[in-house]
Design a protein around this ligand. Structure first.
Ligand SMILES: NC(=O)c1ccc[n+]([C@@H]2O[C@H](COP(=O)([O-])OP(=O)(O)OC[C@H]3O[C@@H](n4cnc5c(N)ncnc54)[C@H](OP(=O)(O)O)[C@@H]3O)[C@@H](O)[C@H]2O)c1
Length: 257
């Protein structure tokens, strides 16, 4: 078993009210942890903070804090990151978890919709990573984790705008991992498969391949503690995606996936 090398005591969650990130937050909230939660929806954020404060026995709200931000607004990132650093002091770990699942047909009909999808799921996350990386580099320790997707492993007609953004994010994280390895910082790429969250509410979610957010959150916490490079969640997706990636393109283009 890989040892737990990274303490997760002072953590910043971006997109904290997402079903997956809030399950991570609930798992991490103990009397020993400090969490800083960033989310767009103020009401959902307050409900999450209230719940986490009870779990973490934080009666005066000093260890569990947060702020609202539209994380697609790159100009807002610097102030939010500064606020998180001021709240926590040294940061052990960050988790980037915001995202949207765009309608591919709407993207096919609109250049703007395509670029918006790529921005919210890809470039805005990369902008935040580029902003925070120098601080981790200076600090010489810590974990940077971001939620990509199995959809980023291969472009498919049904969701290639989303897949492009997640694929770009994965490649950026790969380069960042290589850069920060030499500074003692772990960079973790998280690739969930199908998860029952509000994002997938419109799908038929029956079947063994659908996971609950709590199970994926447990995998995320373990991957961050252990400093894993790439974690497929659940693990079976590593095998599925290996097969999907190996299919020759002349066959793959004929599939209705
Ligand atoms: N569910 C799946 O099957 C699945 C599979 C692979 C990867 N993922 C990834 O997992 C992550 C978490 O998603 P989820 O499944 O937990 O879905 P979710 O519950 O729908 O969460 C998505 C979150 O992203 C937030 N968000 C969207 N745009 C934002 C913006 N501009 N600024 C700030 N926050 C924004 C949403 O905030 P609002 O509430 O304000 O809209 C919401 O809290 C995402 O990165 C997603 O791509 C999900």
């Amino acid at each position: 078993m890989t040892p737990r090398k990274n303490p997760l005591q002072r953590i910043v969650l971006f997109g904290a009210t997402s079903a997956i990130a809030s399950a991570v937050a609930r798992e991490l909230a103990t009397p020993d942890t400090q969490l800083f939660c960033v989310a767009r929806d103020g009401t959902a954020l307050q409900a999450l903070l209230d719940d986490l404060r009870v779990r973490a026995d934080d009666t005066d709200g000093t260890r569990i804090q947060g702020t609202t931000a539209d994380l697609a607004d790159i100009d807002a990132h610097a102030a939010v990151w500064q606020q998180a650093q001021q709240a926590l002091g040294e940061v052990d770990a960050v988790l980037l978890a915001w995202g949207t699942l765009p309608d591919q047909a709407a993207c096919d009909a609109s250049v703007e919709a395509t670029l918006d999808a790529i921005h919210v799921n890809g470039t805005s996350a990369i902008a935040l990573l580029a902003r925070i990386a120098p601080d981790f580099e200076r600090q010489g320790r810590g974990v940077i984790a971001a939620i990509g997707s199995v959809a980023g492993d291969r472009g498919r007609q049904s969701n290639y705008a989303y897949g492009t953004a997640k694929g770009m994010l994965a490649t950026y994280l790969q380069g960042l991992r290589n850069r920060l390895f030499f500074h003692g910082v772990d960079v973790v790429t998280l690739k969930p498969g199908f998860v029952r969250t509000p994002m997938t509410a419109g799908f038929n979610r029956a079947g063994a391949l659908w996971a609950e957010p709590e199970a994926v959150a447990s995998g995320i916490v373990k991957a961050m503690q252990r400093g894993r490079e790439v974690a497929y969640l659940p693990w079976i997706w590593r095998i599925i995606m290996t097969v999907i990636r190996l299919l020759p393109e002349y066959l793959f283009k004929r599939l209705k996936l």
